[in-house]
Ligand binder design. Structure first.
Ligand SMILES: Nc1ncnc2c1ncn2[C@@H]1O[C@H](COP(=O)(O)OP(=O)(O)OP(=O)(O)O)[C@@H](O)[C@H]1O
Ligand SMILES: [Mg+2]
Length: 310
């Protein structure tokens, strides 16, 4: 624990777990004899000095601390370390969705997707945009779930806008999960950016292959490469099929190759028609399916699946 800078009177045995864009994450246990001493905790240490928008640790903390939902992470404790970093304590979960998705059964994948849809539905009801939906921000205690959404450090809410009072920041999301409209500088997005990323997550959960390619795997991520991959897959949009496109600040800066787009049975050949249909309601330019209806659709698939395995 020599390189651990924070101290807390209730926690001991801190061990470094990983680093993020603006944070370091440690595991720790409660001191013997204190409440919860048999449990393992995670301490996320976020530096508050250098602002790296859209990261806003205080705003993320405030938003998350007010949420109560079975599929959203719970803050167990929070404190400031001696350097002024914000330390958020939560219960340790064994898996991230990315680390375990290849081991999940079809039924577990349906349940995990339902869990995330429930969390997103709750965020929508509460006027909150998560803005970084991807499999590393979904945690699980066991391969049976439940799935827990975490990492609210770039979240935005109507009641807690932070610096983003007019338009919103467009540099949101991670890798190929970045919402397509933000790649063209669109600042007036809402929860549908989360539904786009969620659709990609569901596609990849069931197909076990990346839906889009932003060049990260070759070590050269690029937004132009991601745009090209999206257009090749879904077809190049135009203002006739997506009227808002004409208002995106960067839409007219480039001339894009006109692709027709593929059918979902060719995009996701190794998944059932039901899942292809479900993904197609979210990974689309306009009119993305709201999480409550996605959840109902998944629930139906789960009922049908249970009938077939009986
Ligand atoms: N409660 C937890 N249990 C187990 N592992 C966790 C937990 N919280 C976070 N982690 C691990 O730490 C990683 C980073 O945490 P988190 O996603 O909150 O921050 P980050 O991606 O570094 O975010 P930021 O963009 O704020 O720097 C997660 O992807 C996960 O692997
Ligand atoms: Mg994260």
């Amino acid at each position: 624990m020599s390189n651990v800078e924070w101290r807390n009177e209730l926690l001991e045995n801190a061990e470094y777990l990983c680093s993020g864009t603006a944070s370091e994450v440690y595991t720790s246990t409660a001191k013997k004899g204190t409440k919860g001493s048999t449990r393992v905790y995670v301490v996320k240490v976020q530096d508050l000095s250098g602002k790296r928008p859209p990261h806003d640790a205080k705003r993320g903390f405030k938003i998350l601390s007010e949420l109560r939902h079975p599929n959203i992470d719970v803050i167990e404790d929070a404190f400031m370390d001696k350097f002024g970093s914000l330390c958020i304590v939560s219960a340790y979960k064994r898996f991230t969705l990315s680390s375990c998705q290849s081991q999940l059964s079809y039924e577990a994948k349906l349940k995990v997707s339902m869990d995330i849809a429930s969390a997103l539905d709750y965020l929508y009801e509460n006027e909150i945009i998560h803005r970084d939906i991807h499999p590393n921000n979904v945690l699980l205690d066991s391969l049976d779930g439940p799935a827990i959404l975490t990492d609210f450090s770039t979240a935005w809410s109507y009641n807690c806008k932070g610096q983003e009072k007019q338009g919103l920041i467009t540099q949101i999301g991670t890798g190929h999960y970045k919402p397509v409209e933000t790649l063209f500088g669109y600042q007036y997005y809402y929860c549908e950016v989360d539904w786009w990323a969620f659709g990609i997550l569901v596609a990849e959960l069931f197909s076990q292959t990346d839906l889009f390619d932003d060049g990260s795997r070759e070590g050269w991520p690029s937004e132009l490469k991601l745009i090209n991959s999206i257009f090749k897959t879904l077809g190049t949009p135009n203002p006739n099929i997506w009227p808002a496109l004409a208002t995106f600040p960067d839409w007219n800066k480039f001339v894009f190759t006109k692709y027709h787009g593929k059918h979902w049975e060719d995009i996701l050949p190794n998944v059932s028609e039901d899942i292809q249909l479900l993904v197609s309601t979210m990974v689309k330019y306009t009119g993305r399916g709201i999480p409550s209806s996605v959840r109902e659709h998944l629930e139906q698939l789960l009922i049908e699946h249970k009938k077939t395995v009986k």
